[in-house]
Ligand binder design. Structure first.
Ligand code: CTP
Length: 208
């Protein structure tokens, strides 16, 4: 039995007390993976952004909002984990200076937002992973395969799961699993819980 860290869902990047920048991630794939890992007898810490999902029984959840909070939560548990599955759709940028009070509407004036880059959470964890497992998920609209190989190397990963944009918010998903060393395996289309189980059969074959 091992302990795995799973990140899931979107992040919310505050503009002001009532508004945020985010994306269409539902968190379903990350939650399905957390449940599948737990089902195999592993301990799971699920660091997740705002989602409308129930935490699987037996899984320890650390809910967060922003990418900075997600990084801090992940770093607080990473040294105790044997691997990470980074399924979260982390916002790449955040408003540089979130406003303390609500931004008012000025009917005759546009609004320019200045954004600051967020840290690469998976890249940060995987840079110090040693022999631990690091699995990334990527959603690409073009040059998917080239981007998958590039991210696998750039982020120091063991596996990268490539999704098409139709996976966002959907019940089913079809992916390609890229393994360091050059193997590619197509999986699906399958409901996300079945896909999670199949991914684990390839990534953690010693379990089964
Ligand atoms: N990821 C992360 N922190 C970020 C961005 C991405 O942990 N700030 C993780 C995701 O959870 C995923 C993997 O990195 O497992 C790839 O995410 P993706 O958004 O495809 O990568 P980016 O480096 O943001 O590349 P892109 O320019 O294509 O958005």
């Amino acid at each position: 039995m091992a302990q795995y860290l799973v990140t899931a869902g979107p992040t919310w990047e505050a503009l002001d007390p009532v508004r945020f920048l985010s994306n269409r991630s539902s968190g379903r794939m990350g939650f399905a993976l957390a449940a599948a890992l737990q089902h195999r007898g592993h301990e799971v810490v699920l660091v997740h952004g705002p989602v409308a999902l129930t935490v699987p029984t037996g899984v320890r959840a650390l809910p967060v909002e922003s990418a900075l909070e997600m990084l801090a939560a992940c770093q607080s548990v990473w040294s105790a984990c044997d691997g990470v599955f980074a399924v979260a759709a982390v916002a790449d940028y955040r408003p540089k200076e979130p406003q303390q009070s609500k931004i008012k509407r000025h009917p005759n004036q546009g609004l320019v937002l200045e954004l600051a880059p967020n840290p690469d959470i998976l890249g940060t964890l995987a840079a110090v992973k040693g022999s631990r497992l690091a699995v990334g998920f990527a959603l690409e609209t073009e040059h998917g395969e080239a981007e998958a190989w590039r991210k696998l190397e750039a982020k120091n990963l063991d596996f990268l799961v490539l999704n098409g944009p139709e996976a966002q918010g959907a019940e089913q998903s079809q992916v390609q699993l890229f393994a360091v060393g050059g193997k590619v395996c197509p999986l699906g289309p399958l409901p996300k819980d079945e896909l999670a189980a199949q991914l684990l059969q390839h990534i953690l074959p010693a379990d089964s």
